[in-house]
Design a protein around this ligand. Structure first.
Ligand code: HEM
Length: 498
């Protein structure tokens, strides 16, 4: 017992009594001078930070990325510089729509955010378990998210809002297809693929640019719940995915992903039949095959969930030399949105927190602001340029010029876009069982939605594949017939039981 450290106030003074507040007489009232009690209550009042506006419910773990194949001819990124090279990383998984207390086993897209602590700074790949997304113009992101969150009056989620938005936004069809397929309800975070989703770029020492898409293939395989199974899971365990990930790492069963890339030479982007920067499209693997690059393993749980996972801050704008962006409009908007969210959610110096801090040196001139706890060194060099040996630019990190052309305008992103072929192709890959579950999932999610909205969505299904429309119509009809023949009141039930 003598070895145990002494409890102190935050100012370091020993606390003589942590059980009894100071009162005037044994029955009270309390004394305002009991600052130890006041400190305790005041700290508790400040224990929460805003949850993420999306992807609020999540789980994370640390791990390692190991290079297995040489891609240094495409990128000068030091993380890929040699076979066998290892880089530490943090991965945070999430669901999108639910709040921090949401159940894990919900039908939703899963977030897949990786922070690679490379020796040239942090590279964050903030992706999903789907290679595409619901929108292709970021102007629609806040509207889309509103349809996934609670209705302002009922405070419940609204299938009407969801299908209204989707049926008015045909570019969502590809992602909707994945969401209502088996992949929309994975059994846990170990059993899903990750995708960078956007097109990014690689650039090499010669200044050549390649377009690239990142894929993380689960080496645990894919496992999914049906809606009915998920309901059972949620009834017993709201943290099913957190538990599965945490337990498997604790017992040394480390989950792994094969890391692959699709690579497109820069000028091919002008020849493809689809816009390779459109986030609602995939690049056909027959044209742009997967190249294996390395293996990612998760092998260490966080010690403190709040400090390390809740405060972790991932941003697509965190790139390193050899990796660049692309013209993808949604990516471009995300380059602003995340660091802005972090400054609000975590605080100005969020990147100085241990979980976010790069493992390489950080030399910046922005200095002051709330929570600056590490005084910058070299106090005479606090502006740039200076004559006092302050940090200077690194011209070798300059990216090659990005080829762009066109007049500045608000271009209609729906003009001439084929929103049906790729979702239709995906649908045609489903076997009979997958199709039936897909139809049932969609029909179930459409309950209570006005008929005119359902009809508008069915028309999109028809354009992708007539069998898709027919299947959903039949599933809707089946639910309607079952409801009509089902006992509805207590008296009906009693009667039916006789
Ligand atoms: C989280 C904005 C599209 C994946 C977030 C957050 C914001 C945001 C503000 C919360 C960040 C935080 O508080 O730390 C946007 C905007 C988008 C967009 C404005 C489009 C215009 C996407 C897309 C993907 C994606 C296309 C995937 C391809 C994620 C993930 C997280 C997230 C995985 C959770 C990050 C974490 O684990 O901390 N998004 N998002 N988002 N977003 Fe997006």
């Amino acid at each position: 017992m003598n070895q145990r450290p002494v409890l102190t106030t935050t100012a370091g003074a020993p606390v003589p009594d942590n059980q009894n507040s100071a009162s005037a007489g044994p029955r009270g009232p309390l004394l305002l001078q009991d600052y130890q009690l006041i400190e305790k209550l005041a700290h508790q009042n400040r224990e929460r930070i805003p949850e993420r506006v999306v992807h609020a419910k999540g789980s994370g773990a640390y791990g390692t990325f190991t290079v297995t194949h040489d891609i240094s001819k495409y990128t000068k990124a030091s993380i890929f510089s040699a076979i066998g090279k290892k880089t530490d990383l943090l991965l945070r998984f999430s669901t999108v729509a639910g709040e921090r207390g949401a159940a894990d086993a919900e039908r939703d897209v899963r977030g897949f955010s990786v922070k690679f602590y490379t020796d040239e700074g942090n590279w964050d790949l903030v992706g999903n378990n789907t290679p595409v997304f619901f929108i292709r113009d970021p102007m629609k992101f806040p509207d889309f998210i509103r349809t996934q969150k609670r209705h302002p009056r009922t405070n419940m989620r609204s299938p009407t809002a969801m299908w209204d938005f989707w049926s008015l936004s045909p570019e969502s069809l590809h992602q909707v297809t994945i969401l209502f397929s088996d992949r929309g309800l994975p059994q846990g975070y170990r059993f899903l693929n990750g995708y960078g989703s956007h097109t990014f770029s690689f650039w090499n020492d010669a200044g050549e640019r390649y377009w690239v898409k990142f894929h993380f293939k689960s080496m645990q395989g894919h496992k999914h719940w049906t809606n009915e199974e998920a309901n059972q899971i949620i009834a017993n365990d709201r943290e099913s995915a957190q538990r599965d990930l945490y337990d498997s790492i604790e017992k040394g069963d480390f989950p792994r992903w094969r890391v692959c890339v699709q690579i497109m030479p820069e000028l091919d982007a002008e020849k493809t039949s689809y816009n390779p920067f459109d986030l609602t499209k995939v690049w056909p693997h027959a044209e742009y095959p997967l190249h294996e690059v390395g293996v990612m393993e998760l092998n260490r749980n966080a010690e403190h969930y709040f400090a390390e996972i809740e405060q972790s801050s991932f941003s697509p704008s965190n790139i390193v030399p050899g990796i660049g962006f692309s013209p993808d409009k949604v990516l471009q908007a995300r380059l602003f949105a995340y660091a802005d969210a972090h400054r609000y959610r975590v605080g100005t110096h969020y990147e100085a927190l241990p979980v976010n801090r790069p493992r390489s040196q950080v030399n910046v001139y922005h200095a002051d602001g709330a929570m600056r706890f590490d005084a910058p060194k070299g106090t005479d060099a606090y502006y740039e340029p200076n004559s006092f040996n302050g940090p200077v630019e690194a011209p070798s990190a300059k990216e090659p010029p990005l080829r762009i052309h066109g007049d500045a305008d608000r271009y209609n992103h729906r003009d001439g876009n084929d929103d049906y072929t790729q979702p239709g192709n995906l649908f045609r890959m489903f076997d009979e069982g997958q199709r039936q579950r897909f139809f049932d999932n969609i029909a179930g999610a459409m309950q209570g939605v006005p008929a005119f909205i359902i009809e508008r969505q069915l028309e999109h299904f028809r354009k992708a594949d007539p069998a898709w429309e027919a299947g959903v119509r039949a599933a809707l009809q089946h639910i309607e017939t079952s409801a009509a023949s089902a006992p509805t009141t207590a008296a009906d039930v009693a009667e039916a039981a006789e």
